[in-house]
Design a protein around this ligand. Structure first.
Ligand code: DP6
Length: 318
């Protein structure tokens, strides 16, 4: 049976995607900008043709909802596809706000495309990855990527695009791991709840595009202070929109704010470091490569574990 394996790195958004302008097509209500990060990676093998659909994630058989999401994505590649076997493993904790769905669907789409023998453009693959999980559309690209909202009703122009390759800028992203277990509310549910109940949501979507314009310029001129300022603002405004939901949604734990305070104290003492948080309690800290050790020492003091990440390459078929 035709089989192919693909590897993709997760990405962390510096300007966040939070909200959907079309749920069925998974079109975003905000543009976003991200950094793809190594050595974290998802490795996925797809066998195109089997007795029955089966998905094995990190060694266990995927349950109903998880499996449906995977096979629904393969149905988009080919509605008449044969049953498939998907085997996928992450070298990092799944579903802890560490963007595992971003690398997961990027690797899935790439492996399935290769196994099926189809030839699609990278844009077509990025649209398919978006349908699986929005953030995955950015993980097909290495380094710095953007996901413009797009204008078309069918979503064909809403997909990840490269901004600058991994070697454009020698930065680090350190993750203060505060809780490695699975998160309580999925990003999909969290953003839909925010959209439906938060009075701050319209303001969030209104101001988000300007952040991407500013962040893009900062990345291109390698201005980490400017990028850090936009990055923190985008994260806090996204979290503000969910704090104002009804009932309120808060992914933070006490340790989250302790890590944020540690980053701010470090900056006050002259070391450049900037934070962001996603749909989980962990804090991700951006800094210049030269400041990695200082940042590590500061956040290690307030977290369970610290992961060191650096710009990673594009998703690839092995
Ligand atoms: C906070 O891409 O997981 O990480 O499209 O519903 O699968 P779905 O959502 P997902 O949301 C990511 C949200 C975020 C911000 C970001 O990555 O831009």
């Amino acid at each position: 049976m035709p089989t192919a394996t693909a590897v993709a790195h997760p990405n962390i958004a510096l300007c966040k995607y939070w909200g959907k302008r079309d749920r069925a097509l998974n079109l975003p209500a905000t543009p976003s900008l991200s950094l793809t990060l190594a050595p974290y990676a998802t490795r996925t093998t797809v066998t195109w043709g089997a007795d029955a659909d089966e998905a094995r994630l990190n060694g266990r058989i995927a349950d109903g909802k998880e499996a449906r999401r995977i096979f629904a994505n393969l149905d988009l590649l080919d509605p008449h596809r044969p049953p498939c076997v998907v085997t996928s493993a992450n070298n990092f904790p799944t579903a802890a706000g560490l963007a595992s769905s971003s690398s997961g669907f990027a690797a899935l789409v790439l492996a399935a495309n290769a196994a099926s023998g189809a030839s699609r453009t990278i844009e077509e693959l990025a649209v398919l990855a978006r349908r699986g999980s929005g953030s995955a559309t950015r993980s097909l690209f290495g380094g710095w990527a953007e996901w413009p909202m797009g204008a078309r009703a069918d979503g064909a122009d809403s997909h990840g695009v490269p901004l600058a390759p991994a070697d454009h800028w020698d930065v680090r992203m350190l993750v203060a791991v505060l809780q490695a277990g699975p998160k309580g509310t999925s990003s999909t549910d969290g953003m839909v709840h925010t959209q439906e109940t938060s009075p701050y949501y319209p303001v969030w979507t209104e101001q988000a595009p300007a952040d991407v314009v500013e962040a893009r310029a900062a990345v291109l001129r390698r201005d980490i202070e400017a990028l850090g300022a936009v990055m923190e603002r985008s994260a806090m405004r996204m979290h503000a929109s969910m704090l104002a939901a009804d009932p309120p949604l808060c992914y933070w734990r006490a340790g989250t704010l302790a890590a944020v305070d540690a980053v701010k104290a470090l900056r006050a003492s002259g070391t450049g470091a900037w934070y962001t948080m996603d749909a989980g309690p962990n804090v991700k800290v951006l800094c210049a490569a030269a400041d990695e050790e200082a940042v590590h020492a500061a956040i290690a003091a307030v977290s369970e574990r610290v992961e060191r990440l650096a710009p990673g390459g594009p998703a690839r078929v092995e």
